[in-house]
Write a new protein. Structure first.
Length: 205
């Protein structure tokens, strides 16, 4: 792809590094921005810069937040002793959209994947186990995708906490094997949370 401007080429190159965006799509986006008032582009760059510089991770659940504690953890009306274990913020958003879960979350930041060089210590598993050890939690709901990596992560956490007085469950059948939670429809995902099953039963399947 030939460019008449080095500035244009640099902008297209940067935007094309975003997931799902190729060179042609990046070019369309850049040309669209050039047609807009300067203020719109400045607002976009300011929003991205502010997000990158000021965004935080909740000290309690590791969710993305504007404050030290996210709005969910700060909500006194949430059930404080039930935690839904998810991979990342997209899963929190997907479950919250169902309005079916009123507990708290714990964002792992990924799944155990030896092939990708991701082990337990690369995730926030230790802080989750510490919550269980402190007796703060009555139930953990495993809501990772039904992939080999998700199952491995669930089982690893389960083995670490099985000697403690905490109930473990997993979302019920309804989310297809290998599916990511963010792509599940709200009704199916909501029912899967409400009809969760003991984790021990999932090990027998």
């Amino acid at each position: 792809m030939e460019f008449s401007s080095k500035l244009l080429q640099n902008a297209v190159s940067e935007i094309s590094q975003l997931p799902g965006i190729g060179k042609r799509t990046a070019l369309r986006l850049v040309l669209h921005l050039l047609k807009q008032p300067e203020s719109q582009t400045f607002h976009l760059t300011e929003a991205l810069t502010a997000m990158r510089n000021q965004i935080k991770f909740c000290k309690k659940c590791h969710n993305i937040s504007d404050m030290d504690l996210c709005e969910i953890c700060n909500n006194a009306f949430r059930n404080q002793d039930i935690i839904c274990v998810v991979e990342d913020i997209r899963d929190v958003m997907a479950i919250e959209s169902t309005s079916s879960f009123k507990g708290l979350y714990h964002v792992l930041g990924g799944k155990i994947s030896p092939m990708d060089g991701i082990g337990p210590h690369d995730l926030t598993i230790n802080s989750l186990i510490n919550k269980v050890k402190q007796g703060e939690i009555k139930e953990l709901i495993f809501a990772l995708s039904s992939t080999m990596e998700g199952d491995t992560t669930n089982f690893y956490i389960y083995k670490q906490i099985q000697d403690y007085n905490v109930k473990t469950s997993t979302i019920a059948i309804g989310i297809s094997v290998g599916d990511e939670l963010e792509y599940a429809d709200e009704i199916t995902l909501g029912r899967s949370i409400l009809n969760r099953i003991p984790f021990e039963l999932s090990l027998k399947n």
